[in-house]
Design a protein around this ligand. Structure first.
Ligand SMILES: [Cu+2]
Ligand SMILES: [Zn+2]
Length: 176
């Protein structure tokens, strides 16, 4: 009889633990440098995790230039190069910022523009990035099937004075 009670107790505990386990599973995305030939060296990874405050993105990256970097979810699950005005541009195959509502507006993570706009990535003097960022409008299911891009320069959450926050070149990228 006691064995049956233990089995029932384990089943009940399982009912509580399993859904939480499923919710807390994180997704790991490899990040590579971009180059004109396609995809360059891997410089680490990021992990994506749903929280009740939004999507938590934890980087574990190295070999990046110190400072603040524009960081976005881009439309296409492709980190390759593409041609623009007869120039081969690294990372261009990722397309534009993920924008399912067609806002056509770069406003950063806390407004109603591109859904793919993330808080910028912070890289320390030794070239590593480990500081997590939180994107309150996103969940893991939103970003799957897209890509994540790290830009050379920062992000002012505006299309002025430069488009897309002024991040410029696509430095590193990962397919989610
Ligand atoms: Cu971007
Ligand atoms: Zn944007």
């Amino acid at each position: 009889m006691w064995q049956r009670s233990i089995l029932i107790a384990m089943a009940i505990i399982g009912l509580f633990i399993l859904p939480n386990f499923a919710l807390s599973t994180s997704l790991t995305v490899a990040i590579n440098l971009t180059d004109a030939d396609g995809i360059g060296e891997q410089v680490g990874y990021i992990t994506l995790e749903d929280t009740k405050y939004g999507l938590l993105i934890t980087p574990n990256l190295s070999q990046l230039n110190p400072g603040i970097h524009g960081f976005h979810i881009h439309e296409n699950p492709n980190c390759g190069s593409a041609k623009k005005e007869s120039q081969i541009v690294p990372g261009l195959a990722a397309g534009g910022h993920y924008d399912p509502t067609k806002s056509k507006s770069h406003q950063g993570p806390y407004q109603d523009g591109h859904l793919g706009d993330l808080p910028p990535l912070f890289v320390t003097q030794d070239g590593t990035a480990t500081t997590p960022v939180l994107a309150p409008r996103l969940r893991k299911t939103d970003v799957m099937g897209h890509s994540v891009v790290v830009h050379l320069l920062g992000d002012n959450f505006s299309d002025y004075p430069k488009p897309l926050g002024g991040g410029g070149a696509r430095l590193a990228c990962g397919v989610i």
